[in-house]
Design a protein around this ligand. Structure first.
Ligand SMILES: *[C@@H]1O[C@H](CO)[C@@H](O)[C@H](O)[C@H]1NC(C)=O
Ligand SMILES: *[C@@H]1O[C@H](CO)[C@@H](O)[C@H](O)[C@H]1NC(C)=O
Ligand SMILES: *[C@@H]1O[C@H](CO)[C@@H](O)[C@H](O)[C@H]1NC(C)=O
Length: 542
């Protein structure tokens, strides 16, 4: 069995326990991640910048732990001292840390307040490690391809095949977590912006019920649909992170209290009363490769063995109506939301060196700035958005229709009609993601397999490698609003059965070499020559 680098197997509870017993320091954790970023960032372009205060913040957390009495240390958050990466549309006020949504137009621009999630991270004692590259304007800039690309950060690429497309828009977050350049990352999703890049990097992407993690103060693409979520290496870590960052007990008191006890119990293998729906017709019309379908069938079999009831012919009522809509009808709500959201954000800026006050200013800046690569990468989505008006009749009509796509005609309606707890898909379904966005319901993507060596290579429109041998694919789990616990429970069960198999099949073409090693029962940074990597300590998780 291959040995995996220590940092890639370290779980949040293990890291926290090592910190609390002083066998590990936040300082050496941060130092190791910073070294690893240096080693591979030129290759993958995943990290836009690191936080110049990260080592200092880590030392402060180490001191805090040393000076508290043992019972108070026990009470510290499990995130205390843990280095977290942020997508670049999340705002911090640290010195020289930008918040630009990937656009050079916003370099140096800052509002007066940090994003709410940053406050929650700080209260828990997490260390903000840096900002991750993303698809510029969360993918709402261009129709000529900005997947994982931003003017500020260039092209981020996937780690399992040279020139591999890594998807977006939380691209850098997913890559950084997979490479072990941070412990975990906070991303955002309008539709599929967390779960899809998580799939490409073979990490867990979890978009919880909307507003379980408050989205106030981020650079929104849509104030109605955007959701904060997490990218982590395990389902348990993802669930823990979300529960810590969840609104403090007022708005969503029960959503995530339960999954902690459920998923914390590693011995309770049975899925008892869980009912799983599979949208048979959606699968028929999607062109799904044999390897992926085979892996999905095995997952369904395993779930059945664990006691889950499976209904493999559910339908989502609104899919045909949605399919038949015109492009304009499909786009108008988000196009209109984008203009409102961006203009509100811009109106709150306290510093604004490029004098960007409206979407129109963004378009003009983007066209004029060479690094923004206009016209090779167009600004068609920004222009579409600029042309909208919230008083438009079609906008009002489609906004009203969204209640159906996000309700009876969408995921909530299907869950209720077929009496199922979750819906499973073997691949990204843009329509399911859009329906989940309109419902504000949770989605989790979990690594399920890897394309085999005889897979035919496929390129995307910009010539990036889309499908190839060694590229991972994920299972998608959709749940009901505030039913995050059930999504986590199913994900955790599947993960326990397949994760070591998936992990053994993954090979990065360039991996960081520095890792944590034990010296005198203390963990410290050390560069491990590739040939000796078997001597790296391997943790004993599952
Ligand atoms: C990562 O690489 C990009 C491109 O080479 C560079 O602009 C950026 O500053 C690097 N980030 C860090 C944190 O080294
Ligand atoms: C730790 O938490 C428990 C439970 O909330 C509380 O009763 C106890 O006073 C706390 N201990 C300290 C030292 O803060
Ligand atoms: C954006 O909208 C404004 C106001 O409707 C208009 O004056 C301007 O020409 C538009 N800009 C672009 C680039 O389409």
């Amino acid at each position: 069995m291959p040995t995996h680098p220590f940092l890639l197997t370290l779980t949040l509870s293990q890291a926290s326990a090592l910190l609390k017993t002083h066998q590990l320091t936040s300082y050496s954790l941060v130092h190791t991640y910073l070294t690893r970023i240096d080693e591979v960032n030129d290759t993958y372009n995943a990290v836009l910048q690191t936080n110049p205060s990260a080592l200092e913040e880590a030392s402060f957390r180490d001191l805090e732990r040393l000076h508290l009495d043992p019972s108070s240390v026990e009470n510290l958050s499990i995130l205390h001292g843990i280095p977290i990466m942020l997508k670049d549309n999340i705002v911090t006020l640290d010195d020289s840390m930008e918040a630009t949504c990937g656009s050079l137009a916003l370099v140096g621009a800052k509002p007066a307040e940090e994003s709410a999630v940053v406050g929650a991270l700080r209260r828990a004692g997490a260390v903000i490690l840096g900002k991750a590259n993303m698809a510029e304007w969360s993918g709402f800039r261009s129709t000529s391809g900005c997947s994982g690309w931003s003017g500020r950060g260039g092209q981020a690429t996937g780690i399992y095949y040279k020139g591999m497309k890594a998807s977006g828009s939380s691209t850098g977050c997913a890559i950084a977590v997979a490479l072990g350049l941070c412990f975990a990352a906070i991303g955002t999703e309008t539709s599929w912006s967390i779960v899809s890049p998580a799939e490409r990097s073979a990490v867990v992407g979890f978009k919880p019920t909307r507003n379980v993690i408050p989205s106030d103060g981020i650079i929104h693409a849509s104030r109605i649909q955007d959701t904060l979520g997490v990218l982590a290496r395990t389902v348990e870590d993802a669930g823990l992170l979300v529960s810590i960052l969840a609104c403090d007990d007022e708005v969503h008191p029960k959503v995530l209290k339960k999954p902690l006890s459920t998923i914390g119990d590693r011995n309770s293998a049975s899925l008892g009363n869980i009912r799983v729906g599979v949208p048979g017709r959606l699968l028929e019309i999607a062109d799904i490769s044999g390897v992926r379908m085979e892996a999905f069938r095995q997952v369904l079999d395993m779930l059945q063995t664990q006691g889950a009831k499976i209904d493999s012919s559910i339908t989502i009522e609104g899919t045909e109506e949605y399919d038949a809509l015109s492009g304009e009808e499909k786009q108008i709500v988000l196009d209109t939301d984008m203009k409102t959201a961006v203009n509100i954000y811009l109106s709150k800026l306290q510093t604004n060196p490029n004098k960007i006050h409206t979407l129109d200013d963004i378009i003009a800046f983007t066209k004029a700035c060479p690094e923004e690569e206009f016209p090779d990468r167009n600004v068609a989505v920004l222009e579409r958005s600029n042309a909208t008006n919230p008083e438009n009749e079609l906008y009002k009509k489609m906004l009203e229709r969204d209640k159906y796509f996000g309700g009876e005609g969408g995921i909530p309606g299907a869950l209720k009609r077929y009496n199922v707890d979750v819906i499973l898909m073997p691949c990204l379904s843009p329509m399911m993601s859009i329906f989940a966005a309109k419902a504000g319901s949770p989605v989790l993507s979990l690594p399920m397999g890897v394309f085999s060596s005889d897979t035919e290579i496929k390129l995307d429109v910009r010539g990036m490698i889309d499908i190839a041998p060694g590229i991972p694919f994920s299972l998608y789990i959709y749940g009901g609003v505030e039913q995050d616990a059930k999504v986590l429970q199913v994900a955790h069960t599947v993960e326990r059965m397949i994760s070591s198999h998936v992990r053994d099949a993954l090979h990065m073409y360039l991996a960081p070499q520095t890792d944590l090693c034990v010296r005198d029962s203390i963990l410290e940074s050390e560069t491990i020559p590739e040939a000796d990597s078997d001597s790296a300590i391997s943790s004993s998780d599952t």
